[in-house]
Each structure stands twice: as C-alpha cells, then as structure tokens.
Design a protein around this ligand. Structure first.
Ligand code: U2F
Length: 449
C-alpha cells in the first residue's frame, strides 16, 4: 500500500501556544493538500482555537480530543498553574493513547511528529516510531537558548532562589551579556524538579530539544544573530519562519475605525496577552496614570472578574478610551494612531509590535517575559521598563512621558525600523523566512521509509 504523509500535531494547550501551532498547521495544510494533519488537543482548547480560526475548506486537518488531566468534579483554586500541572501529569499517556487509537482505527501511520517544543517527551515517541520530530518553539531564540544552558547557568550562578546574584549577568553565554540572573524565569531558577511539573517539563525540554530533527521559530534572521548562530551550532536544524501574526479576530467592536478618529501616534494600546491580568493595585495605578496624562487608550481587557475595579475609570474616560474583551491586535499595532504598546512582553506581542513599528512599555510577569523586556529595553532600545517592573502611578506617568516624547519616540522608531526592515526582507519572496518555510514543508512532507 502506498504510504501517505500523515503529520501528528501535539500543541501545548495554554495561552497562545495552541493557536500559534494550529496557524502553522493551516499554512502547511494549504501548501501540502495531500498531507493529512491530525491535531491532538484537550477538548476545551480545541473548542477555543477552532472557534477562533476559520478552517473551512481544510479537509486535510482533523482535530482529536485528548484528556486534560482534570479529575471529574475537580474544583479549581483560581491559580492558573493548576490546570497546566494537571495537564502535564496526564502527559504523555493522553497523547499516546489517542494517537494509537487513531492509527489502529484508520491504519494511517504517522510519518512526522510536529509538536510544541515544550513537549519534550515527543522525542521518545518519534524515536519509537522511527519518524522525525519537528519542534515549534513559540517564544524567542534567547529563551530557547537559556533553557538549553540550564546546567551551565546553575553551575555558574549557583542559583537557589531569585534573590541571590540577581544582578549578575549571563555574559558567559553567547549573546547573553545583557541578561541578568533576575531575568531568568522561575523554571530556570528552581532545581526542585519532581514536585514542580512545569519546571520539570521545561528542564526536560532544554535537554532533549537537541534530539529534534528541526526547530522552527516565529523569528527572523537578523533579530538575534549571536544567539541564533549558537542555536544553529547546537541543534540539528533551526528554521526562522517569522515574523507571522496569529490570525486576527473580527473587529466586531470597531477598534480600527475608533483608531481612525485619532491623531497619529497618540493612542496607548494595552494588552497583557492571553493569560494575564495585573493585580488590582497595578490596574488602578495604570488607570490613574492614563487618566491624569489624558492619554487616549485602547485596552484589551480580558478578565470580567476584575473589570468592575475600573468601572468608574472606564466611565469617566469613555470619551477618549475604548475597552474591548479581545482585540484584533496585530492590525491595531499596524495602525498609525497607536503610539505605544503597554505589554506583558509575550513573544508574539513583541514581534507584532516590531512589525507594526510601535515602541513598548513593559510590565513582564513570568516565563520569558523578563528576558524579552531586558532585550527590548536595554539592548534593542525599542521600549522601556517600569521602575520595579510594576505599575505605580508616578512611574507609569513617567514611562508614558518618556516613550511619547518626540525625541525618544523617534529614536525608538528608528531602532525598530532596523528590525522591521530585516523582518520585511525575511518574509519577501526569496527571503530567508520564506525559503525556510519551504524547507519546513519539505520536512513534513518527506516520508522516511
Ligand atoms: C505566552 O504568551 P501569551 O499567549 O499570553 O502572549 P503573546 O505571545 O504575546 O501572544 C498573544 C497573542 O494573542 C493575540 C496577540 C498575540 O498574537 O495578537 N491577542 C489578540 O489577538 N487580541 C487581544 O486582545 C490580545 C492578544 C507566554 F505567556 C509568553 O511569555 C510567551 O512569550 C508566549 C509565546 O510562547 O506565550
């Protein structure tokens, strides 16, 4: 029987991760209509991502629900890490089981495993099946590199907690001289692996990612040359295929026409990504700063629970502010009225801000976000941090003054321009990311015998 290319896809079902991977699958499926893509995801996450994206006409993408590890009747404590930890405990059995059922029922063997790089157990699964493992790293090259240097970082810094050696730089690693110990995510700071499933998952990933046949990133050549060159020397194949934006949602609330009515570079766009809302005292401080400075704002305010805290502010400022539950972010950041992006420094947001040419004010929370803030504020100088990394009224007003002052803004725009140019070149016909995407297609189509 003729073998058909069949790609099994494993996302990490939290934040923007599953949408980003499904978006990649969609692009691959369009380019390779004869290849079958089976996307294994938790029921909840499948519902969310498939409702956001229009996959009509993509007959070669099928989704399959897997166990999310949440026991029946479980009552969540409100800590967002809980769902992640339950999921991790259910892996890899949940993926394996559903995959085996599918292969048994259809007889369609898997020829390539494409997964979120977080899921390091994919290395074993792919090896057992004798197929290539392609890992999608959804964040930036520096964060990936840091995870791969976990042991060396520990040996050099002797980290046991956030407070020790916090100002020490990581200048013993290629391209990391600006990164400080305090920028490292908790997962890189803690050695207590077994009882911290998320740390364990990422530490395992840092070790096994070398076994992947290819790592793809939403990044582009020129953005971080030293780190990227080092990654290329350590991994079998690294393909920068960005920058790409996740598919924007419909502009049902009229954000773009609202922006059309504002002056160039006057609006602050605020969003903290798909998982975060700052604590109430910081929300209040940010609101007070915006109100006092009379800055027009467009706020993607996700969480209904904390919405009431700012009810008075939203009402008082309704003539110059707009609040929406979810916004077409990449299009907003490309709009000329947006002057500053107040962000948590998630990688996709950062890339979209660069592509849109918008300077940033950074309020990082966890994971790679402190690293991203360090690079964009101190190295690339396309944004600034906040005093103490938190929103306080005076500090936020100061940050708005700095970024929106003509001189600084122009300078940051100039700095962003350099990256924007590389990005534009990378995705042009024959550009490096365009060519890398073609190699990516070849890799997933290719059937090893
Ligand atoms: C995790 O980050 P998030 O998913 O929270 O944040 P981003 O990487 O910045 O991605 C958010 C995406 O959601 C989109 C936005 C981005 O593409 O355009 N979006 C939108 O369309 N509308 C809105 O109103 C708000 C957002 C993690 F927390 C980070 O630390 C990582 O860097 C990141 C990637 O691994 O994943």
């Amino acid at each position: 029987m003729e073998k058909k290319a069949h790609v099994a896809v494993f996302p990490f079902p939290f934040g923007s991760h599953p949408t980003a991977l499904l978006h990649l699958v969609q692009r691959l499926a369009a380019a390779a209509p004869a290849v079958q893509f089976s996307y294994f995801n938790t029921t909840n996450s499948n519902q969310k991502v498939f409702s956001k994206m229009n996959l009509n006409g993509y007959d070669n993408i099928r989704s399959y629900n897997i166990d999310d590890g949440v026991p029946e009747g479980h009552v969540f404590s409100g800590n967002p890490v809980e769902a992640i930890e339950l999921f991790i405990k259910a892996t890899p059995l949940n993926f394996r089981k559903r995959l085996e059922e599918l292969v048994e029922a259809t007889g369609l063997k898997v020829t390539c495993l494409l997964t979120d790089a977080f899921l390091g157990f994919s290395a074993d699964i792919a090896e057992e099946m004798g197929i290539p493992w392609v890992a999608f790293w959804t964040a930036g090259p520096t964060a990936l590199s840091l995870h791969m240097y976990f042991d060396l970082i520990h040996r050099n810094l002797g980290l046991t907690g956030r407070t020790q050696n916090s100002e020490q730089t990581l200048d013993f690693l290629p391209g990391m001289s600006a990164i400080r110990a305090s920028d490292l995510p908790e997962e890189l700071q803690s050695l207590d692996k077994p009882d911290r499933p998320f740390s364990y998952l990422l530490q395992t990933m840092g070790l096994v990612v070398r076994r992947s046949s290819t790592v793809v990133l939403n990044s582009f050549d020129g953005i971080d040359p030293l780190v990227t060159a080092d990654l290329k020397s350590k991994l079998k194949k690294v393909l920068n295929i960005g920058p790409f934006s996740l598919p924007p949602c419909q502009d049902q609330s009229g954000c773009l026409s609202w922006l059309d009515r504002h002056n160039a570079a006057s609006v602050a766009y605020i969003s903290f990504g798909s998982m975060l809302t700052p604590p109430p005292n910081e929300l209040a401080a940010l609101a007070e700063a915006l109100e006092e400075k009379k800055v027009p704002y467009l706020w993607s305010f996700r969480e209904d629970l904390k919405g009431h805290l700012l009810e008075g502010f939203f009402k008082r400022t309704s003539s110059r502010g707009k609040v929406v539950a979810w916004a077409p972010q990449s299009q907003i950041l490309a709009h000329s009225s947006v002057g500053v992006f107040i962000t948590h420094c998630g990688w996709n947001s950062m890339v979209e801000s660069i592509t849109g040419g918008v300077p940033m004010i950074c309020r990082p929370f966890f994971g790679d976000q402190m690293i991203n803030r360090r690079i964009l504020a101190d190295v690339w100088q396309i944004g600034i941090g906040l005093e103490g990394d938190v929103f306080a009224k005076a500090g936020t007003m100061n940050a708005l003054d700095i970024v929106l002052s003509k001189e600084n803004w122009n300078k940051m725009r100039e700095n962003i321009g350099v990256f924007k140019e590389s990005a534009t070149k990378a995705v042009a016909p024959n550009g490096s990311s365009t060519e890398n995407f073609k190699s990516f297609i070849d890799i997933v189509i290719n059937i090893s015998s």
